[in-house]
Design a protein around this ligand. Structure first.
Ligand SMILES: Nc1nc2c(ncn2[C@@H]2O[C@H](COP(=O)(O)OP(=O)(O)O)[C@@H](O)[C@H]2O)c(=O)[nH]1
Ligand SMILES: Nc1ncnc2c1ncn2[C@@H]1O[C@H](COP(=O)(O)OP(=O)(O)O)[C@@H](O)[C@H]1O
Length: 379
């Protein structure tokens, strides 16, 4: 609150009205520039309410672009501002600041304060992430390990955060990010998590970064999360495929948990108690489009591969996720769902790039995908 921000916005262009130093939406101006809370790695955002004539610093969710000298900003539908950075690397050129999107409105209600959220723009569409849920001991981890071993270039695992202690073979950063409750709660409040839940007495969560790291590497992301987490993902902007794994019987589940030998008797009892409710919710919640029964492991694995459209004869394709190369110096014009980028400067080759935003999907808290890219040769 208080006076205007102490930074100066350099060369900010607002679509057709180049030269404006802020983006106007309704009664508000969004001033984008400088750094965020003194962090030199993160572009700042300030809001000016024209009615009350007050400045405020919103909570900024997600990971935003690094500060840059020059960029263009264009107001899109659904409370989104497109930011095109000049002279930046192809994986850092297109960003979306969501100021009144459905996600931002929900977070504003949830946190009870002013919120904006960054989403990085990428070209093309990644294949849908896969959410796998099921009671403890049913074989989720075993099935996921088999899949990643057979198709290492196709699938990547979203490494969750948890406050539970590591088992003897588990490695930090590989099986889980083992963390402290206070640290994790702070990161949840900072909007770093796609979902989180208390499971068997510990906190578990999927950070946005964990999913994006996998997807950015061109792999299809697999999430091993509980039903509460699956419910949150279903309600988020992440368009995923949901699979629930059931045991053949409660007796077999108990035998597997005991045979695994990773839990104390008390922990086994807790997991078994939770399993009944979890199986009921998994089968009836409407979250899961696919239910697998893990009786015979090889058969269940085969069914999983069938569901994912892969068998041993299918060539494995990578996922199209690309950065966007833009000329260093350019002007920007908006035409409905398309953005025309015209190279400027002495060495300009009369090349015009068209960003097609008509099929964009996703968005904060993850990436905005589906940006089309074409070139037009000027006559
Ligand atoms: N919501 C949510 N659940 C998770 C996450 N990571 C793991 N889980 C779930 O937490 C439960 C316990 O996991 P874990 O402690 O590894 O025990 P296990 O299932 O017996 O191997 C399982 O149902 C997992 O699917 C997460 O990031 N979010
Ligand atoms: N179809 C199966 N038949 C027999 N044992 C299984 C089967 N699937 C998994 N297991 C075993 O059951 C135990 C629990 O499997 P795990 O993958 O750790 O379960 P989850 O990740 O769902 O908790 C492991 O010891 C695993 O080897």
């Amino acid at each position: 609150m208080g006076g205007p921000p102490a930074f100066f916005v350099d060369h900010l262009e607002n679509g057709h009205t180049n030269g404006d130093s802020s983006v106007e939406i309704g009664d508000r101006s969004y001033v984008i520039g400088g750094s965020h809370e003194g962090n030199p790695l993160f572009l700042g955002v300030q809001i000016h309410d024209k009615i009350t004539n007050k400045w405020s610093s919103p909570t900024v969710l997600g990971t935003g672009p690094k500060p840059c000298k020059a960029y263009s900003s264009i107001v899109l539908k659904q409370g989104r501002i497109l930011i095109i950075k000049k002279g930046s690397a192809s994986d850092d050129s297109i960003w979306f600041l969501e100021v009144d999107s459905p996600f931002v409105r929900e977070q504003r209600k949830l946190l009870g304060k002013e919120v904006v959220a960054w989403s990085k723009g990428v070209r093309g569409n990644a294949e849908k992430p896969i959410v796998i849920s099921g009671p403890s001991g049913v074989g989720k981890g075993t099935l996921i390990t088999m899949l990643m071993k057979e198709f290492p270039s196709m699938f990547g695992f979203s490494v969750s955060h948890t406050t539970r202690s590591p088992r003897c073979m588990e490695k930090n950063g590989v099986h889980y990010h083992f963390t402290d409750k206070n640290v994790m709660e702070k990161e949840i409040n900072d909007g770093k998590f796609l979902e989180f839940a208390s499971v068997h007495g510990n906190l578990y969560g999927t950070s946005i970064e964990s999913v994006e790291v996998v997807t950015d590497s061109g792999k299809r992301c697999i999430l091993d999360i509980d039903v509460q987490g699956a419910r949150s993902v279903k309600a988020s902007s992440l368009d995923a495929m949901f699979i629930f794994v059931c045991p053949p019987s409660m007796k077999e589940l108990e035998d597997r948990l005991r045979a695994r030998g990773t839990e104390t008797e008390e922990q086994i009892q807790k997991r078994l108690r939770n399993a009944e409710a979890e199986i009921k919710a998994g089968k009836s919640s409407g979250i899961f489009g696919h239910i697998l029964y893990n009786d015979n492991l090889d058969e269940c694995y085969k069914s999983l591969k069938n569901l994912l459209g892969i068998d041993n004869d299918t060539p494995v394709n990578g996922v199209e996720v690309e950065g966007i190369n833009l000329p260093k110096e350019h002007t920007v014009t908006k035409m409905e769902d398309k953005i025309l980028i015209q190279e400027t400067g002495e060495a300009a080759k009369n090349i015009r790039i068209v960003l097609d935003l008509s099929s964009i999907n996703g968005g904060a808290p993850g990436r905005t995908r589906g940006i089309g890219l074409g070139t037009l040769k000027s006559s």
